[in-house]
Ligand binder design. Structure first.
Ligand SMILES: [Fe+2]
Length: 165
């Protein structure tokens, strides 16, 4: 995504399939898999083990997921606009905003929430991991996709954006 924004800023055009694949990854894998896994499995497990959901880290993360979904919607709209008008202004801005939001969200989760979850769910990690894997599987089934589809997508995007020699 950042590479896409940089290319657009430099006045280069981004191949249409790469743009579509980036958007699909953002919308489906990031939002559906990452966020749904937490919302359907991790957060309820933490709640059952005494962590409040109305306030504190879970409420904060839920709020940030909502923002991420909104930003991803805006990003998709501005990608369509770019494809129609060839004007990359909004798309560059929306990619930057989205990447910044999601990076800071993931950092917070890695540094704080997951550490707290490790302590709270001590001894229950097998059960939680099993539920997390099941949640990812059911989301992917709903999307009609597999994890390897998304791994391949990332490889395609990376190789599609690699500067040609
Ligand atoms: Fe999250």
């Amino acid at each position: 995504m950042t590479v896409t924004a940089e290319m657009l800023e430099e006045g280069k055009s981004v191949p249409v399939p790469i743009l579509h694949q980036s958007i699909e990854f953002t919308k489906n894998f990031m939002l559906m898999c990452h966020h749904s896994k937490e919302e359907d499995t991790l957060f309820p497990a933490l709640e059952r083990n005494g962590m409040p959901t109305e306030s504190g880290p879970i409420a904060r993360m839920l709020f940030e997921h909502k923002i991420a979904r909104e930003l991803s919607g805006k990003l998709e709209e501005s990608a369509k606009k770019y494809l129609r008008s060839n004007d990359p202004g909004d798309l560059i801005r929306d990619i930057r905003t989205y990447v910044e939001h999601v990076s800071s969200h993931l950092t917070k989760e890695n540094l704080r929430l997951f550490m707290m979850a490790d302590m709270i769910l001590k001894g229950k990690s097998d059960e939680v991991n099993r539920d997390l894997a099941a949640s990812e599987r059911s989301t992917l089934t709903e999307l009609g996709k597999s994890r390897s589809h998304y791994e391949e997508l990332v490889n395609n995007i990376e190789s599609g954006l690699a500067p040609s020699q």
